[in-house]
Design a protein. Structure first.
Length: 217
């Protein structure tokens, strides 16, 4: 990536422009939200919630997720230049961002996420980010759920008209004025402390098998 592109992606002014563009763009969408109440009730009774989604679908959530800012939610974002822009947009939406990924800074970011979930109760995680492979759940989300007792909640985005980009994740953006559905799955059972790595791997595979059918082709 060229140095001037990196500087642009790290610019707070550019991030504010992108944030406001997304707010205006997504205001045109006709949004429906399904099955949100159960996990919010669990959170408001003192429970912990870890929202799980695919990299392909996160654009559709940005505007609505600002509604959760009163819960002081957290999100893990990579330390890449692209991550700088995404983190700034998330921060403007009221989300705290722990910076790191499997390729750089992942251990410290994971520890920070666990501490934040224990303190505030709500976080979200992009399961196959930041570089994929698409549709493959990385193990950090299971560690977060196990160490905090948070209930994992899958979330999916659907639209009646959209673009799919030719990117590693086949990124999905609803067309203006389309009908968009944010659909929450049921809260998953708590992840019990594992006796060996095979148990963690089984939890990872189970989550992947549950959520993979919702990826858009």
């Amino acid at each position: 990536m060229r140095p001037d592109t990196k500087s642009l992606l790290r610019s707070k002014t550019f991030a504010r422009l992108v944030y406001h563009f997304i707010r205006i763009y997504t205001a045109t969408l006709r949004l429906s939200v399904i099955n949100e109440a159960p996990w919010k009730a669990h959170l408001e009774k003192g429970g912990k919630v870890l929202i799980c989604t695919w990299h392909q679908q996160f654009f559709s959530f940005i505007r609505h997720f600002k509604n959760y800012q009163t819960y002081q939610p957290s999100l893990m974002i990579s330390r890449s230049s692209d991550g700088d822009l995404i983190a700034s947009v998330a921060n403007l939406s009221g989300w705290y961002t722990a910076r790191g990924s499997s390729s750089r800074g992942g251990r410290s970011a994971l520890a920070e996420m666990i501490e934040r979930i224990n303190r505030t109760g709500l976080a979200a995680h992009i399961l196959d980010g930041p570089r994929g492979p698409a549709g493959i759940v990385k193990g950090g989300v299971i560690k977060m759920a196990m160490d905090t007792g948070a209930r994992m909640v899958p979330v999916y985005a659907e639209a009646d008209s959209y673009w799919i980009f030719n990117s590693w994740d086949r990124f999905f953006i609803p067309r203006p004025f389309s009908r968009v559905t944010i659909r929450y799955g049921d809260m998953l059972p708590p992840v019990q402390p594992a006796r060996d790595p095979a148990e963690l791997e089984q939890h990872r595979k189970n989550l992947e098998a549950l959520m993979r059918p919702a990826l858009l082709p």
